[in-house]
Design a protein around this ligand. Sequence first.
Ligand code: SAM
Length: 372
Amino acid sequence: MSAVPVTIGVGMPQRSAASDGRVHPADAPGSPLVDTFGRVHRDLRISLTDRCSLRCTYCMPEQGNEWLARSSILSLDEIERVARVAAAAGVTTFRLTGGEPLLRTDIVEVVRRLAVIEGPDAARVELAMTTNGIRLPELLPGLIDAGLRRLNISLDTLQRDRFRDLTRRDRLDDVLEGIAAAAASGLRPLKLNAVAMRDVNDDELVDLVSFALDHEAEMRFIEQMPLDAGHTWDRSRMVTREEILDELSARWTLTPVPGRGGAPAERWLLDGGPATVGVIASVTAPFCGDCDRLRLTADGQLRNCLFSTTEYDLLPILRADTRPDEANAAVADIDIAIDGMLRSCVHGKLPGHAINDPSFLQPARGMNAIGG
Ligand code: SAM
């Protein structure tokens, strides 16, 4: 696959001097994952499955989705292995996503294995999850016991009919029960995510924030991105950051929270705080210059950007045949090869996602298969 042409513009980093394509001493296994623009990568999004219990219109088709082959889905051991190598290279946060991560039958064990991984400084990684919340009431106690520390739950509407139309499933009550379970668990910060959509839920922004406040959660609105499986995204219909802020400003005084770092969300205090709201404006205010994220798909592909059309295949490395008498040497070799693939992926990262470039190409995979 070819790389996307890029326009360097707002929010784009400048290429660092060390970008001559050679392997540098700083690229030795165990050193930080620094790209050619100087961005240090500390966040790995791990997609556990492309399957989901909902069919959100902005993400998946109603029918006819081509699922990833089951034989290519990473096993628990394979996920743990990649995660360990990434942590040794300075990744400090793993976010489990999908598809719907809670559909994995071994989800509690995945959390248990990843939660104890330590980085080079012996500090444990931070383990977070993005979920639709539907299975949280039954699974949350086990997940917390296994080491889950942070939750983002998706909630686009509080209206049952809308929820059914938007997700093609009548499961709003299940999601609300999941959010109630998360709020009661004391896991904080708790974040709720909504994709803002014109004539779909853009009259509910204030209601969604109020709902989040009632659950001691932060509401975060996401600009809709061109990642739907049907490739129907239409810029002119997108609800923008500015529109979201205008709507919220009519109800609350918004004060910017400084110190965003590499986080995707810009945040504002509501009426002076401490409650906050966030906006993830990937389209109208890209934050690529501070991006510290890599992605691992459920079928073992490393990606350096949601919108990349290039993937770095770990499956042949993870599944290489080894003779029993070579097993110990092979273990070390495989880890070195995984580390090398992480570095190739980081080195191949472009300055920005180029959604706003006329020649932008939407990736072939939908968001459910990339990992949101
Ligand atoms: N199933 C889980 C969930 O519902 O949160 C995790 C996977 S989902 C793909 C992760 C996040 O991606 C959700 O918050 C969802 O709203 C967001 N998302 C999916 N497609 C999107 C799109 N086209 N534009 C913006 N956000 C999108």
